[in-house]
Design a protein around this ligand. Structure first.
Ligand code: 13P
Ligand code: SF4
Length: 365
């Protein structure tokens, strides 16, 4: 019996609709006046400490554009009793200047279970905002642009999972968090890139359905004796990296360190000195302080680590996630002024999805 079995549709299936958003949050919390967004000496003085954090990666000439938004967003967060949870792929001015908490998907989900504020503004993609809502059904969860999707989340539907269960009766379903609430609701447990092997092995099964990232599934299959039934989903950002380009970088500098995200193809991971989630990659650079490193992942993350560790040189084979990049300071400000765009999940779906997410969050490290 092969250890790896790949299921799923052919590529280019039409995208699933993004779930609708509602305006109940605006009715509940009210709309605020749009703050003035002028750049002047007072704004410069009040935001100077924030610019310090990003001065190595954001040119001084750009700060007068960002600073009025940063000041207005931080003031409105206090007025609204709101927190901003931001993913490691957010741009430096968001990650360093307005976020209250930053991290990988698992850290953001764990943080979402502890939020005391009334409002969560999720600076990341839609599935991350849904995870926060699943864990906080009574709080208002906003995403600055609900079109911030994910090619993995688009790759599978709840109906697909039901068909897989029919095809493989009794086999447990482990679902990457990069999925819709509908898919999570059909799952036994969720996982992220930082705990995927641990989650698979926690089930004590000899076979699991692991969806929807084919490459993450292959990475897990290479590290466990559990037989993996995978799905043909791919991250549109990580699948573009090639082993050839990494070999080319290494030929130019044999001391170069290569660290990669497990959503990359297997031949890319074979070139890497370390593979891990975005948070594990950041920790690796913090601890090892390499002279030169290439982070084989979305490119804003190198900017964020560069801001913290100016002595490390980052080689940047830049692949942007177009979905993450939909989140901008002006849209975050709009979120807090107009209380949009609210994440709404059917209560029945959210309840079933919560079981799968909480089962993961509650696993011991
Ligand atoms: P992490 O959980 O490693 O942050 O990954 C999320 C993601 O979308 C990577 O593309
Ligand atoms: Fe999805 Fe890939 Fe973007 Fe991550 S980088 S949000 S997996 S499309």
């Amino acid at each position: 019996m092969p250890l790896f079995d790949l299921q799923g549709p052919e590529r280019n299936r039409p995208a699933a609709a993004v779930p609708p958003t509602g305006s109940a949050a605006a009715r509940k919390h009210g709309i605020k006046p749009m703050p003035a967004l002028a750049w002047n000496a007072r704004v410069a003085a009040e935001t100077a400490h924030l610019y310090e954090r990003i001065k190595t990666v954001v040119p001084a000439v750009e700060w007068p554009v960002f600073a009025p938004y940063v000041k207005a967003i931080n003031a409105l967060k206090r007025e609204r009793n709101a927190v901003i949870l931001a993913h490691n792929y957010q741009t430096p001015e968001i990650y360093n200047c307005v976020a209250d908490f930053v991290g990988d998907s698992l850290q953001l989900a764990r943080e979402a279970t502890k939020v005391k504020a009334d409002v969560i503004v999720q600076c990341g993609v839609h599935f991350m905002a849904e995870t926060s809502k699943i864990l906080n059904p009574d709080k208002t969860v906003l995403i600055p642009d609900s079109r911030a999707g994910c090619s993995l989340a688009q790759a599978i539907t709840g109906a697909d999972v039901r068909l897989l269960r029919q095809r493989f009766p009794g086999v447990p379903v482990v679902t990457y968090v990069n999925t819709s609430a509908d898919v999570k609701a059909e799952s036994d447990i969720c996982c992220t890139s930082s705990n995927a092997v641990q989650v698979v092995e926690s089930l004590g099964a000899d076979k699991v359905i692991f969806i929807p990232d084919e490459y993450l599934a292959r990475y897990v299959a290479a590290q466990t004796k559990v037989r993996i039934i995978a799905w043909k989903g791919r991250c549109e950002v990580h699948e573009r990296f090639t082993a050839d380009e990494l070999r080319m970088y290494r030929e130019g500098d044999p001391g170069l360190q290569i660290i990669a995200h497990p959503e990359c193809p297997p031949d890319v991971l074979a070139e890497a000195d370390f593979t891990g989630s975005t948070a594990h990659m950041i920790d690796w650079v913090r601890n090892k302080r390499p002279r030169r490193v290439v982070m084989v992942t979305e490119c804003s993350m190198a900017d964020n680590v560069q801001a913290e560790l100016p002595e490390v040189e980052f080689v940047r084979p830049c692949n942007l996630c177009p979905h993450m990049k939909r989140i901008t300071l002006p849209k975050i400000l709009d979120s807090l002024v107009y209380m949009k765009e609210e994440v709404v999940i059917d209560a029945g779906v959210a309840g079933k999805a919560r079981r799968a997410v909480e089962r993961m969050v509650n696993l011991k490290n």
